[in-house]
Design a protein around this ligand. Sequence first.
Ligand SMILES: *Cc1c(COP(=O)(O)O)cnc(C)c1O
Length: 386
Amino acid sequence: MKAIPYARQNISGEDVQAVIDVLQSDWLTQGPTIETFENRMATYCGANHAVAVNSATSALHIACLAAGLGPGDRLWTTPNSFVASANCALYCGAEVDFVDINPQTLNLDPSLLEAKLESAAAAGRLPKAVIPVHFAGEPCDMAEIAACCRRYGVAIIEDASHAVGAIYQGRKIGSSQYSDMTVFSFHPVKIIATGEGGMVLTNNHDTYEQLQLLRSHGVTRNPAMMTGPAEGGWYYQQIELGYNYRLTELQAALGLSQLQRIEAFLAKRRELAARYNEMLRQLPLILPHTSPDRTSAHHLYPVQVRPEGRRARAEVYDLLHNQNIKVNVHYIPIHLQPYYRQLGFKPGDFPNAEAYYRGALSLPMFYDLSFDDQDKVVAALEGAFS
Ligand SMILES: *Cc1c(COP(=O)(O)O)cnc(C)c1O
């Protein structure tokens, strides 16, 4: 049997042609296609501004810098995420801490956040920013998170790497209604692909200008931003320490072309999730939680193998892999990574994320997954528990 991956991009003939068109144009990097891609994404999400960069990791880095994060500052995020959600703080010389997840939503728990902010305020150790992650594409409790962050003047950067197209309280994730900035990833396993790629969305014009500087060496050609007059048409100034985090025009063309099919991508993911929900009901699995006031982008379909069931997660993983069904695990809690343990974190620090991880299994979920192949995944799971 042909392998069934857990995720996979879909590339159409139009996507290929869009990239070829750019190859035959005058611009290979930072040109008109990037600007169109940014404008379309901003419009799609209902945000004022978008800055495209070469990965979500870069996007998180410059978002943290734009939030003012530096040495002596603290950033909090969820342990149930990819390491990039925390590493961005360390890039800025800041410290990282975590807020445990809610066992139902698997997202950062707003009541734990509130309690932790209260004691941090008392100790004079408030974080400068919090990064909630919309795990698996399911939006976080943004209204509750924003309410307690606002009380303490803490910035919010949404890591929406999983959540392009997700909806919260009637508005797209990316609208940044409850945050200062939102970050997307266009890695091939995510909702739309550019190969590598990411974006920061914001409604704040100063933040937007800062992000543009940080993306490209801290260099500006805008006379209004310069110290002193421009010396001629050639003139530019470096006014910040920036990076080269630019996306290419080839990638932007691919992203733009993918964005045209996003509703079909999301609809198929919703359909697959509904089928899994129905077909897996009888198995000893905890299925993903859904809330009525939000719509997941269904980047992942994460189930939990029940600890009291007759099979451990590792056994189920191996049984499925032996049948060429390449299920995966998201996530090993960040604080349990050796790099983070060496910073002082240890098992038991965030018990909800650790308990979730022990049973976690991400089932195949992608646009080109056929119902036949999905039935094979379900049959293999039924076999594992029979
Ligand atoms: C994929 C991912 C990232 C990193 O994205 P890149 O575009 O590969 O840098 C960051 N955070 C989360 C939650 C992700 O899933």
